[in-house]
Ligand binder design. Sequence first.
Ligand code: ADP
Length: 321
Amino acid sequence: IIDHRATANDQPGSNRCHLDFSPHIQASEQHTPAVCRTPTNHHPFDTSINLIMKLVSLCVGLALPAGALGFVAQPMQQQRCQPAVQDGVWGVRGSSTMRYQQATQLFAADALNIIIAGAPASGKGTQCEIIKEEFGVVHLSTGDMLRAAVAAESEVGKMAKDFMDAGKLVPDDVIIGVVKDRLAESDCQTNGWLLDGFPRTQAQAKALEDAGVDADCFLFLNVPDEVLVERVVGRRTDPETGKIYHMTFSPPEDDEVKKRLVQRSDDTEEKVKVRLEQFHANVDAVKDSYKDIMVTIDGNQAPAVVSKEIGAAISSKTSSA
Ligand code: ADP
């Protein structure tokens, strides 16, 4: 029943629960069908209506496509389906008799949890922006969290700064606590999460497992080292918009933007070598922890192609879950 970005807008105790989607989502649904999950303990009324509709369609000899039945419930567990639209309210088949309470519980229970991994500059940041928009999950980049902690001169930031400046990994015990606390917050519980840059070591993967944190899908972006170095060295960020540029592959639109671009202090040829060493020393152990849910994506392709493959990978993992 659930599209992760939907919100239940009926009152508690109400007998009906329509799911409202934002205008952005309505637009994106046109090319990406929602991930819908129907409750297994659906109301018996759903089944009766379903049976009647099936009988009617059988009698008149019509093969009624399930989608044409609109709000009629389908006892399906998890599958991609196109929500029905009525007067601007997006309802998902199966929602019509579901109670508010049930719906909100299901949002949390069925929230999508994704891990994305890959070497420095493998394209995680770009893809995370798209995944976040498409699936409505909370994006947690440990690199961004740590940079914010350094800028704020917090305790974590003070502990992390020297490691980050040297291109080295921050000690596990520093980062593990930060991530576990953040994952426990209500937005992650309700909307699901996209972990970017974590876990990066075997100990971090083990910490998630010990905390009972499960992911639905582990995306691995594969890019050859020589391409990564070139990407890192030319990478710049616009501090005003957060947009990432590459001086050769995706240069700034005009001189005004160009003037304000900044380079990350660890995006130098010298430091990326250290970062790549750290990455290669740990990646196999991390991949091993997630081999059942891992999908490897060729990250050495145009961002739009990578994004399409990621969308398909997430869907394949969520519909087979
Ligand atoms: P990249 O993946 O390009 O190296 P990030 O922005 O993800 O960049 O991370 C920047 C830096 O933050 C890393 O080089 C490391 O020092 C620190 N860091 C981020 N995530 C972790 C982590 N899970 N464990 C240890 N250190 C981390």
